[in-house]
Design a binder for this molecule. Structure first.
Ligand code: DGP
Length: 143
């Protein structure tokens, strides 16, 4: 069930994009959602999928709302259009400040290609493993 009418917030940049008051590179639109390129992409493909109505965070989506299902369906179509459905992509939502959310209009990030976030996570894990090996080598075998 979709319980909300289209509702805009006057100080929200994504609401302004949805209304055509701010430019964006739109890639997809249906009755409930819109998708456009992220202004600061961290990957060769970095698309934001947003509800057309102003919902600040994932926490504000009603339990009986089918919106998140519709965002997932939009992601499926966009991934197919960009030719990454089979090769793979990531779909994630930052929730509130502690979760890295900067723009308080619910949005899902669809990223594919050389994702900078994934690169740094892998680099950090790799460095930690190497560091532990180096420390145990310097300490020598356990007696
Ligand atoms: P988050 O940290 O999850 O709230 O992500 C916000 C994203 O929104 C961030 O990756 C950059 C993007 N962004 C911020 N302002 C604009 C804008 O005016 N236009 C577009 N297309 N993206 C924006």
């Amino acid at each position: 069930m979709n319980n909300h009418m289209t509702d805009y917030s006057s100080d929200c940049i994504f609401c302004k994009i949805i209304q055509g008051k701010l430019p964006a590179r739109k890639v997809y639109e249906d009755d409930l959602t819109m998708a456009f390129w992220d202004a600061n992409p961290t990957s060769p493909i970095h698309i934001l999928i947003v509800p057309k109505t102003h919902i600040p965070t994932l926490n504000d989506v009603a339990q009986d709302d089918t919106l998140m299902c519709r965002i997932g369906q939009a992601a499926q179509k966009i991934a197919k259009d960009f030719g990454v459905a089979e090769s793979g992509y990531r779909l994630f939502i930052n929730v509130n400040r502690g979760g890295g959310q900067v723009v308080f209009h619910l949005h899902a990030h669809l990223v594919a290609g050389n994702d900078v976030g994934t690169f740094f996570i892998k680099a950090a894990i790799g460095t930690a493993i190497l560091w532990r090996k180096l420390v145990s080598f310097v300490k020598g075998p356990k007696r």
